[in-house]
Design a protein around this ligand. Structure first.
Ligand SMILES: CC(C)(COP(=O)(O)OP(=O)(O)OC[C@H]1O[C@@H](n2cnc3c(N)ncnc32)[C@H](O)[C@@H]1OP(=O)(O)O)[C@@H](O)C(=O)NCCC(=O)NCCS
Length: 153
């Protein structure tokens, strides 16, 4: 497996991962190529978007780190990072998420972030277990979601 920063040409591959997650009932947000490009690869508040590929270059998953700006629609404290992780359903539980976080953590340190937020729907047991396993801890819960934070200090 190869982990590397994403490129604009990865948009179709990222879109395929998102579409497969939607088909598996693990996603409800948009999955098209433009969404992949604008929301992850070329997000103006993006700090890093890393992809994991197989040796032939097919995208198995990706992880995006954004800067929380004033008024962000996730309600995350400005100045914190915001993380999102998406692994193709056929590639989950193979350690890809864990490897992606090594790259993301390093990008977060380079960007001088102090905290990273992960907001996970409370029924998403896999997502909750994953973020807990890489070191995130719960700091807030509400009706729909559990918010976890990774402390970089
Ligand atoms: C959640 C997700 C990102 C995890 O990625 P992954 O590559 O499968 O995770 P890893 O294989 O690196 O798992 C690392 C550890 O996390 C925990 N974990 C991950 N998925 C789990 C699951 N479904 N159930 C229980 N524990 C889980 C385990 O402790 C695992 O270690 P182990 O396999 O040695 O026991 C992936 O399943 C996914 O993309 N899900 C759909 C999208 C999503 O929900 N994203 C998160 C919210 S943005």
């Amino acid at each position: 497996m190869i982990i590397r920063p994403s490129l604009p040409t990865d948009a179709p591959g990222i879109s395929r991962v998102l579409t497969a997650l939607t088909a598996a009932g693990l996603r409800v947000s948009p999955s098209d190529t433009d969404f992949a490009l604008n929301n992850y690869i070329e997000n103006p508040n993006g700090i890093e978007c890393s992809v994991a590929t197989d040796p032939e270059g097919s995208i198995l998953g990706f992880q995006a780190l954004l800067m929380a700006v004033e008024g962000n629609h996730y309600g995350v404290t400005p100045g914190w990072g915001i993380i999102g992780t998406h692994i193709h359903p056929e590639a989950i539980r193979q350690g890809i998420g864990g490897k992606l976080f090594i790259a993301t953590r390093s990008a977060a340190l380079k960007a001088n972030l102090k905290f990273i937020d992960a907001t996970i729907q409370n029924y998403n047991t896999g997502g909750l277990a994953y973020y807990e396993s890489v070191g995130f801890r719960t700091y807030e819960t509400n009706e729909d979601a559990i918010r976890k934070v990774f402390d970089l200090s």
